[in-house]
Design a binder for this molecule. Structure first.
Ligand code: ATP
Ligand code: MG
Length: 617
């Protein structure tokens, strides 16, 4: 599709003539101390963003051009799916969130939502997301199956009081998101829309010039419904992706299921108690007695706190070489307890200080049969443990575990003996690199890191039930709407593009989202021949639809070249000494290729290449 029609409607802004001398360009010579990853460092150094407070950034004019280009691509692809653009309020009344059951979790629990009390003593939150608002609107606007399906989207700042804001725009407390919500008469139609969104997302990321991988994602306690995340692969990514070599499986570690490495059997006769003074960790036990971690059963004690004030002690058994997956555990707890006790607010280690008698808790020497008696007398905790086990722990035939008294373990223990009751086997472990693929154990999972730039989700009827958003179906019966939601982190995506495209000299923007496509550099601004030619080419290029910048500063040529590289402008046209002979130089940022020639010849070939590059090819 030709870019002109893409940008044609009201987006001619990018063709404005622009001179570096008028750009308010303030670059930094040194790496800012606050930046830990390349993209953050480069955006600060090149004058794209400035930090105002923790997780709060100003998008300077160059960055705003990038964000507008990303948004234009997102808009066009959303419009092409038939979605309608809208703009919803950022200030949201607490009542809506109380109806969905998320107010407590988002305020007291994780505390992600900024919230306040207005002059009329009403509680409000600043929108971290918009399911509640959109569903309450749907309840008023949608009545009949004839109005369905319908999808609404917006591009707007979201607010989240992140626990660890970091990496600049990657995890901000105020950031730009595209969020879309779809409404359907049934699950099949929702699944159809989900597929359309998945394709639109793939096109968006490709057109933005980033490589993104669609992976299976955790869909939280809502259960069963499909959810996919789009990951920009980069070493600095916060998410771990596990994928199969043949590409048939890729999932976020939060969600990934896989076949663990088999355990090595513990070769011992009968069971015995072993003195293990001070050997409170798996490493200690293994080095002192020659066990393998996979022969030890480890116990993790946690407290799950729920909205209605109940605090459930949880005892999780895992095979010693495995890691607990807190997302999987939270989902189990949420679905077992939340219906009665309200939302799960937090999951934290059980501290001995919460017990009436801390001396009864032999930390480091605990077995799965730790008595509920240790909880007796606590004023805050429920009196019995919820005992859960990962399947790797339940599948152990013979194992080593704590003896529930200090400095002692048991060796050669089996489930079903000594009063040890095996809990129902659950998947509570983190899948790991090297694990077997469930449907093809010969394939071993590979790990890579990713930046989540998008998430699409079949919500089902959770919100429509809670907020009473109902429609009349074809048979005249009244039922809750089926919903999907689809997010893209617009500002995170722009930075992720830098994370994927940079070198030692600076940013290397993909053409479709670069703040300018080309910079015309006047090597010597005191030479009238150079100035005249550069000015003429600059106007011609702009008239020909190239998004062009003119570096007209009276700096040394080397400084201007360095800045052009730092800024990451994809093409540079240098008007230097050759101007007297009608020659200029064209340099491509990504490849470093240089060509000298007559402007007409160079610019014709540039136009051809740009046409491809604007499409993200
Ligand atoms: P994360 O796991 O990274 O916190 P999330 O699951 O909370 O993300 P969603 O609620 O699905 O994210 O939001 C949709 C998109 O918004 C994400 O895919 C991501 O690209 C972006 N996003 C989420 N939180 C932030 C943030 N704090 N700063 C910038 N972008 C964000
Ligand atoms: Mg988040």
């Amino acid at each position: 599709m030709p870019i002109r029609t893409v940008i044609g409607s009201g987006l001619d802004w990018f063709q404005d003539l622009m001179r570096v001398s008028a750009l308010l360009l303030v670059t930094l010579r040194d790496d800012p101390a606050e930046a830990e990853i390349p993209s953050h460092r480069l955006l600060l150094r090149a004058g794209y963003i400035r930090r105002v407070a923790s997780g709060i950034y100003a998008y300077l004019p160059l960055m705003w051009r990038v964000l507008r280009k990303v948004s234009a691509i997102v808009r066009e692809e959303m419009d092409a799916t038939g979605a309608l653009e809208t703009l919803l309020p950022q200030l949201q009344p607490a009542e809506l969130w109380e109806k969905s059951g998320r107010w407590a979790g988002y305020t007291e629990g994780e505390g992600i939502m900024f919230h306040l009390i207005d002059r009329q003593e009403r509680e409000l939150g600043l929108g971290p997301t918009h399911e509640e608002v959109i569903t309450s609107l749907a309840a008023e606007l949608l009545r009949s199956y004839r109005q369905l399906p319908v999808t609404l989207y917006q591009i707007q700042s979201k607010f989240r009081d992140e626990i660890r804001p970091r990496f600049g725009l990657m995890r901000g407390r105020e950031f730009i998101m595209k969020d879309a919500y779809s409404f359907h008469a049934g699950p099949e139609d929702l699944a159809r829309e989900f597929g359309i969104m998945e394709e639109a997302y793939s096109r968006i990321f490709r057109r933005c010039g980033v490589q993104a991988l669609a992976v299976e994602a955790d869909s939280g306690a809502i259960g069963g419904s499909a959810s996919k995340e789009f990951m920009v692969t980069a070493a600095a990514g916060e998410d771990l992706i596990l994928s199969s070599p043949d590409g048939s499986y890729a999932a976020n570690q939060e969600r990934a299921q896989a076949l663990p490495q088999p355990a090595q059997p513990l070769e011992v006769e009968g069971s015995s108690v072993l003195k293990t003074p001070g050997q409170a960790t798996i490493d200690d036990l293994c080095s002192a007695h020659g066990f393998q971690p996979c022969q030890i059963l480890k116990v993790i004690l946690l407290v799950a706190r729920f909205e209605q004030g109940r605090a459930q002690p949880v005892l999780v058994s895992l095979r010693g070489d495995q890691q607990l997956n807190e997302v999987k555990l939270s989902n189990v707890l949420q679905s077992s307890h939340a219906p009665e006790w309200g939302a799960l607010l937090s999951l934290q280690p059980l501290l001995a200080t919460e017990l009436a008698d801390a001396s009864r808790m032999p930390l480091g020497f605990i077995g799965p049969d730790l008595e509920d008696g240790v909880l007796a007398g606590s004023s805050t905790l429920e009196p019995e443990f919820l005992r859960l086990a990962d399947h790797t722990a339940v599948e152990l035939e013979t194992f080593v575990c704590g003896a529930n008294s200090n400095d002692q373990h048991r060796v050669g223990v089996r489930w079903g003996q000594q009063g040890l009751v095996a809990p129902e086997p659950l998947d509570l472990r983190c899948a790991l690199e090297g694990d077997g693929l469930t449907h093809d154990p010969s394939q071993k999972l590979c790990a890579s890191r990713g930046i989540e730039v998008g998430h699409i989700f079949q919500l089902g009827r959770k919100y429509s039930q809670a907020l009473d958003a109902r429609f009349t179906n074809e048979n005249g019966r009244d039922e809750p709407l089926w919903m999907g939601c689809y997010g893209i982190g617009v500002s995170r995506l722009a930075q992720a593009a830098v994370e994927q495209h940079h070198d030692e000299a600076g940013i290397v923007w993909p053409v479709p989202i670069a703040p300018f496509e080309l910079v015309v550099v006047i090597a010597n601004a005191k030479d009238p021949v150079q100035v005249d030619l550069a000015e003429r080419l600059y106007r011609e290029l702009s008239a020909a639809g190239v998004d062009v910048l003119l570096d007209d500063r009276s700096e040394r040529a080397g400084v201007k070249f360095k800045d052009a590289e730092l800024l990451g402008i994809p093409w540079r046209l240098v008007v230097g000494r050759g101007a007297a002979d009608g020659l200029v130089e064209l340099v491509e940022r990504a490849s470093g290729d240089k060509r000298e020639g007559a402007p007409a010849v160079l610019l014709a070939s540039l136009q051809e290449q740009l046409q491809q590059q604007r499409l993200g090819l």
